[in-house]
Design a protein around this ligand. Structure first.
Ligand SMILES: C[S@@+](CC[C@H](N)C(=O)[O-])C[C@H]1O[C@@H](n2cnc3c(N)ncnc32)[C@H](O)[C@@H]1O
Length: 288
């Protein structure tokens, strides 16, 4: 290409070099700079708002991520009653927590709640279910069974707002009690005692409710890793048996979570016997 041709090419204004509006801001026409400089300046200007907005988005996500971890830590280090008061004072914290929780869950290859839903779909739809710490109440949305969904805050008329240590459910009225990643409070044994109360018995040759009395618990594996400060799953299982359950199965096949399956016994173990409950450490979600 000759010099003349080159300079002609440079002078011809390009269509996309007209002042453009982006995010409501006009791009200056670039007076005092050559056409080429003006072009690159305009390109820079066009890029800047998107860079800035993506930076802001990242900052916002980090801040809410930090906020999520703070709320998460609070829930693992207080009692259910304290958690109820905490969310009652500011319900938006519950929404913030769940937005963060959903984001964390989206990274898990398999979600424990789906394993439980699939298990329930294989049982009779006549079984009455209590979902303790239901979150978004996915179980109730996915199965035909009657499901009592309990959580600290209710954003849905079908969710019962309560501290699950005091579930507003009738004794011996439920066939399946589910705790999916919800044994968060430091008083978690009282949640399990409440599940025992509301469950129908599930064992014994003379029992007519042979398919009732199920207690299903899904928990993060790291909480049950004794080599890393976690509880011994056998001690946990023994403590629940002490409440009056039989251990039916423990499923360690998933990388991230464990599933415990128990059935309520006909008769409660002798009352007054001290149960040794292991401390369940907090589940800490990693920074993105
Ligand atoms: C980690 S989320 C799991 C939600 C749902 N089960 C799932 O698997 O998607 C734990 C839930 O338990 C609830 N929770 C914790 N302690 C509770 C309590 N004492 N009473 C009722 N709900 C509680 C939290 O509010 C939260 O919604």
């Amino acid at each position: 290409m000759t010099k003349k041709e080159q300079s002609k090419k440079r002078k011809r204004p390009k269509k996309n070099q007209k002042p453009t509006k982006s995010d409501g801001q006009s791009i200056p026409s670039g007076k005092g700079v050559s056409d080429n400089d003006a072009g690159s300046a305009k390109r820079r200007k066009l890029q800047e708002p998107s860079k800035a907005s993506s930076f802001l988005e990242k900052m916002r996500a980090r801040l809410s991520g930090g906020h999520f971890r703070k709320i998460n830590e609070k829930l693992y280090t207080c009692t259910g009653k304290e958690a109820l008061n905490y969310f009652q004072e500011d319900k938006s914290l519950f929404d913030l927590y769940h937005a963060g929780y959903r984001m964390q869950m989206s990274k898990w290859p398999e979600q424990p709640v789906n394993v439980i839903i699939n298990w329930l779909k294989k049982q009779s739809p006549s079984l009455v279910v209590a979902d303790f710490g239901c979150g978004d109440a996915l179980i109730a949305q996915s199965v035909k069974n009657t499901v009592f969904s309990l959580d600290l805050v209710s954003n849905d008329p079908k969710v019962i707002a309560c501290d699950m240590a005091n579930a507003p459910l009738v004794s011996s009225s439920v066939d399946v009690a589910v705790f999916c990643l919800s044994l968060m409070g430091t008083n978690y044994p009282s949640y399990l005692a409440e599940a025992y109360r509301v469950l129908k018995p599930g064992q014994g040759l003379t029992c007519v409710f042979m398919n009732s009395g199920w207690l299903l618990i899904a928990e993060v594996k790291s909480r049950f890793d004794p080599n890393n400060g976690g509880a011994d799953p056998e001690k946990f299982s023994k403590a629940i048996s002490g409440l009056g359950f039989h251990s039916v199965k423990q499923d360690f096949s998933n990388k991230v979570f464990i599933l415990f399956y128990f059935k309520k016994k006909d008769k409660q173990n002798s009352k007054g016997k001290e149960i040794e409950w292991p401390v369940l450490k907090s589940c800490v979600y990693k920074r993105r």
